[in-house]
Design a protein around this ligand. Sequence first.
Ligand SMILES: [Zn+2]
Length: 101
Amino acid sequence: MMTGTHRPIDFTDTVNGCRECISHCCNSEGYTVVRHHGKLIGLHRRIYEGKHRRLRPGEKVVHLCGNRRCCNPAHLEAIMPASEGIGSIATADSGMSMNSC
Ligand SMILES: [Zn+2]
């Protein structure tokens, strides 16, 4: 149940099994964005966190299907970009992201 300025988020399923957002617009990179605490963030990141786990700082969510508008949690995977060394990768929680698909 959402109140205030939040619009309900609507999806449509495509033939590839992708789930594209049709209620919100996308940014210049083609990712669907939503407003969250006054900030625009990628909808796929929120979906990922809602379905899988919290993202760590610096972690990116990539689309395995290549469709940036897709928000199907099964098509999303979190990666830690190697180029963005933030110094906190070596924390002891590497066992938390068990992939049991
Ligand atoms: Zn997809």
